[in-house]
Design a binder for this molecule. Structure first.
Ligand SMILES: O=C(O)c1cc(=O)[nH]c(=O)n1[C@@H]1O[C@H](COP(=O)(O)O)[C@@H](O)[C@H]1O
Length: 264
């Protein structure tokens, strides 16, 4: 099995060298917060991004924004110095997913994800393709059970049992296939951490500050609870992007995490 940590791009701190117009630009990222840019167009997305600081958060570009704006948007975010998680949740035959991961790596993104339920051969193909690259590849992260799903939803899909059991089984599959980490809800983070160790990255959406609208998320915790459970990165969208004052919402989450850090 290949090492689960990719040099230079993991943990709470990392430094990546970006090359734009022939200029080397080292950028250090330190935040655990990944802001999900779930916008329908470039203009509102960049209006928020231009108020943010790469030292305070990373950015996630998902299916909607990428489908509308494409690779140019990723380049614009890189030019502003942000580490980008390209969240396209690849799930297809091994050859197709491996090639898609390679294409994502060509964009210079920091993190890319695939559905672990695509199976071991698909995961291995993605891993091998990224490891063949000449430069450090993006972190390869596997989605376990979407945070919008409940036990009843899983049963309806023919997967009876608690989400936590399925998350752990998928996490073990991903770990064995050499993924750098997984996406799970904070509710499962502690069990996965205990089973798979400190090095395996845990990326948790399903994060809601106390009092925030839950929306379509089903398995949630607060930011501090998620970190206490072992999450490395918190993916947070609407509680920041839809807030009346997004910067104040981000600052409140940072304060919550700082308070937690000071207590341990
Ligand atoms: O892979 C993801 O990022 C993801 C996996 C998952 O299980 N649940 C989940 O919510 N996400 C993403 O995380 C973000 C959460 O956004 P909010 O619910 O607005 O905080 C969205 O962009 C989702 O696409």
């Amino acid at each position: 099995m290949l090492g689960n940590r990719r040099a230079g791009a993991t943990g709470s701190n990392c430094c990546r060298i970006f090359i734009f117009n022939g200029i080397l630009a080292p950028v250090t990222f330190s935040s655990r917060i990944i802001v999900a840019l779930d916008f329908a167009a470039k203009t509102p997305a960049l209006a928020l991004v231009d108020q943010l600081d790469p030292a305070r958060c990373r950015l996630k570009v998902g299916k909607e924004l990428f489908t509308r704006c494409g690779p140019d948007l990723i380049e614009e975010l890189h030019r502003r110095g942000f580490a980008v998680f390209l969240d396209l949740k690849f799930h297809d035959i091994p050859n197709t997913v491996a090639a898609a991961c390679d294409a994502a790596a060509d964009l210079g993104v920091w993190m890319v994800n695939v559905h672990i339920s695509g199976g071991t051969r698909m995961l291995a193909a993605a891993r091998e393709q990224l490891d063949r690259r000449a430069t450090p590849p993006p972190l390869l992260i596997g989605v376990t059970v979407l945070t919008s799903l409940t036990a009843d939803d899983l049963a309806a899909l023919g997967c009876p049992g608690a989400p936590a059991e399925r998350v752990l089984a998928l996490a073990q599959l991903g770990h064995a296939a050499g993924l750098d980490g997984i996406v799970c809800s904070p509710l499962e983070a502690a069990a996965v951490r205990a089973a798979l160790g400190r090095e395996f990255l845990l990326v948790t959406p399903g994060v809601r500050p106390a009092g925030a609208a839950i929306g379509d998320q089903q398995r949630i915790m607060t930011p501090a609870q998620a970190v206490a459970a072992g999450a490395d990165y918190l993916v947070i969208g609407r509680p920041i992007t839809q807030a009346a004052e997004p910067l104040a919402a981000l600052a409140a989450i940072e304060h919550e995490l700082a308070d937690f850090d000071n207590k341990i």
